[in-house]
Design a protein around this ligand. Structure first.
Ligand code: X8Z
Ligand code: ZN
Length: 676
């Protein structure tokens, strides 16, 4: 639930209930009964209506989230049946509330009440048709797709289960192997799991579009863009404007990475000037941090070490050794497996404690005890789960006397990426805890990009000095080389992400508005990858593939523009907290760990939830009402200057296929980058 409206959002940021997809094998006749306007007194005022919806929503929420949690942590037909049913019930109620709200149109009411009613209409990323059969079909398809993703398995040799690998193992190959063919096999292998989703996704689009039209939106993309306290057209223009600010920096990074890759893989380190999709250390090329061995500006001799992953691995080993030391020397294989799992769990919890400590050092509360009992920290070995990380608010703070039930769901491994992701997820959890006192309809991020930006703001404060303070890296000798290395490490996560954060919904906006048709799904996908990221597949990816489906948020139906916006906002928030903490000196040196003044301001913002237009919430924290990427550029200015020097004399930029511009429903100004 960390979607715009809490209510629905499940957190992985994802929209919960709503997008969650649970399988419903058979539509039963009673599903066909609209829940309807039962319980709507004829003389109900708008205020009373909103109060009733808040109460009904809160009352039905725990059953919905319980079903969703179960189906994501225990994928099987039974759990999916229950989750689909719960989702169907919820979406039917939502449609009914929206219907009931219409009688208040044009009436005088307080701004809060008007806002609550507006939020109701935006209450799900998966608006369902009113027709009960089609509503049921929608939840069935959505469930099926998410289940296919969660259970996705690639078997290199058909029929040989020894050769089967799931996402985590395939990602590991991309992260660690530098063998061209092994990476290509892992990349192509994962993408096989999405091919069978194409038809389902096509139908899914028809059904959510029907739901969106019934709500008065032209299509689902427009509905998604309507959730930002500005018009959908304005929001699209905002994303163009913000991307325009960051694009020159990205182009420099791209140019630098390409040069290094071409040196690493002579003759095949680029594809017509684009970066090969399988060589970026990440399945989707959204975070290049795993390519540190290829892309580090300076070696450890010159710049010192920032090997967080290595340190985490050593920590884990020592936890394991402690456990093994307590065992009999002749431990058998089964027992060893148990001990290893114990050590993995304990270390994953340690990593999470470390992240919690950052938040409590800002003056925020400790996580509730139930968090530790109910969270999924590591991948269970006896069943399929959706490993994609998410944060959950199970009960919106709970009824009087009950405590909040918040959790995260991850498959944590002792590496740097997962360590950062824990901080990200706890950002969602602290947002929940901060706004749990608000009426349910206001329990959401100021907009969904805010929800994604909280933990990431903390990530920016994880400077080398902070990492040293928690024992993950050694002494840091200040030098120009060390600075550039630290900046590069952050840029590979944050700057590399931005065009990816944009292109996913450029594709979906086009799919929803019909400018991208099923016959062109894959071509349009790669055209947009080329245009924004400058990334290309090493081998042809025709329409027999459905490569969009290999990214969680597509089968999971989680809107993605939120992450792009978050990558702008988090730098603004970071700067504001650094100011509040009295930081002097360059922005990139600031860490506000332990600072209660900054922490108090942050908490105040979180406590606002979605109770007022985000511009107001933003102003209270940062002094401005505008999203703006200048803090990104300020932060990275040393790196940008360094990249300019590195790239001097090189011909930077890339030519996207001509079709890209045509396929893009919201083209950024200018074609593909000309040069750097
Ligand atoms: O999905 C996520 C989080 C949960 S909201 C793990 N993220 C995006 C992704 O993985 O694609 C965080 C960064 C972008
Ligand atoms: Zn998130």
């Amino acid at each position: 639930m960390n979607h715009r409206h809490a209510l629905l959002a499940l957190a992985i940021g994802a929209s919960l209930a709503l997008s969650a997809c649970k399988r419903e094998p058979t539509a039963t006749p009673d599903a066909a009964q609209p829940v309807a306007t039962a319980g709507a007194p004829a003389d109900e005022t708008a205020d009373a209506f909103v109060a009733r919806v808040n109460a009904e929503l809160k009352a039905m929420y725990p059953e919905l989230t319980a079903a969703q949690w179960l189906s994501s942590t225990y994928i099987n037909d039974d759990s999916q049946l229950l989750a689909a049913k719960a989702n169907e019930k919820f979406l039917t109620s939502l449609n009914s509330w929206i219907e009931q709200s219409k009688k208040f149109e044009g009436q005088q009411m307080s701004p809060e009440t008007a806002r609550a009613i507006t939020l109701l209409k935006l209450g799900t990323a998966m608006p369902a048709p009113k027709d009960p059969a089609r509503l049921s079909e929608l939840t069935r398809i959505a469930t099926k797709m998410e289940g296919m993703y969660g259970a996705g398995t690639y078997c290199k040799a058909a029929g040989d289960s020894q050769s089967c690998r799931q996402l985590g193992e395939l990602e590991e190959v991309l992260a660690k192997s530098r063998d061209y063919d092994a990476q290509l096999d892992a990349w192509q292998g994962w993408h096989t799991i999405a091919r069978p989703m194409r038809e389902d996704y096509t139908r899914f689009v028809e059904l959510v579009n029907e739901g969106s039209r019934e709500l008065g939106y032209a299509n689902t993309g427009e509905m998604w863009r309507a959730g930002y306290d500005m018009s959908p057209v304005e929001l699209a223009a905002e994303t163009d404007r913000l991307w325009g600010q960051v694009k020159p920096l990205y182009e420099q990074l791209h140019c630098y990475a390409r040069t290094r890759l071409e040196a690493q893989y002579p003759g095949r380190g680029s594809v017509d000037g684009l970066l090969p999709a399988h060589l970026m250390g990440n399945m989707w090329q959204q975070d290049w941090g795993n390519l540190w061995d290829v892309l580090a500006p300076y070696g450890e001799q010159q710049a010192g070490s920032l090997d967080v992953g290595g340190a985490l691995q050593r920590q884990y080993q020592s936890v394991l050794n402690d456990h093994l030391a307590r065992e009999n020397a002749l431990i058998d294989t089964d027992r060893r497996v148990e001990v290893v799992r114990k050590a993995q769990l304990e270390h994953a919890q340690q990593m999470t404690r470390q992240a919690e400590e950052f938040y409590t050092s800002l003056g925020m509360p400790a996580l509730p005890e139930s968090y530790w009992q109910k969270t999924q920290f590591i991948k269970p070995r006896d069943r399929d789960v959706v490993c994609h990380a998410s944060a959950w608010d199970m009960n919106m703070g709970g009824e009087d006397g009950k405590s909040p039930d918040v959790r995260t769901k991850m498959c944590i491994k002792p590496n740097e990426e997962d360590f950062f992701t824990i901080y990200h997820e706890l950002g969602h959890v602290y947002y929940y805890l901060a706004y749990n006192n608000l009426p349910p309809l206001f329990q959401g991020g100021a907009h969904d990009g805010f929800h994604e930006a909280i933990g990431d703001t903390i990530e920016l404060a994880m400077t080398p000095a902070y990492l040293k303070s928690i024992g993950l890296v050694g002494d840091q000798q200040p030098s120009q080389e060390a600075l550039i290395n630290a900046q590069m490490r952050m840029a590979l996560a944050k700057v590399a992400f931005m065009p990816f954060g944009l292109m996913i919904d450029r594709w979906r906006w086009g799919v929803f508005d019909g400018s991208i048709t099923p016959e062109n799904y894959n071509t349009a996908w790669w055209d947009l990858k080329a245009k924004y990221q400058g990334v290309a597949p090493a081998t042809a990816r025709g329409e027999d593939f459905f490569d969009a489906g290999a990214k969680y948020h597509v089968p999971g139906n989680t809107p993605y523009t939120r992450y792009f916006l978050s990558h702008v906002l988090q730098f603004q928030f970071y700067k504001a907290l650094c100011d509040a903490a009295g930081h002097q000196g360059p922005l990139y040196e600031c860490t506000f760990a332990g600072n209660k003044a900054g922490g108090g301001k942050f908490w105040a913002m979180l406590s606002r939830g979605n109770s007022q237009p985000w511009q107001q919430t933003m102003k209270e924290l940062t002094g401005t009402e505008q999203m703006d990427a200048s803090a990104v550029l300020e932060y990275f200015s040393p790196l940008q200057e360094w990249l300019r020097q590195q790239n001097e004399g090189r011909s930077c930029g890339w030519q996207a296929p001509a079709a890209a511009a045509a396929a893009d429903p919201a083209p950024a100004k200018g074609a593909a980058p000309g040069n750097g």
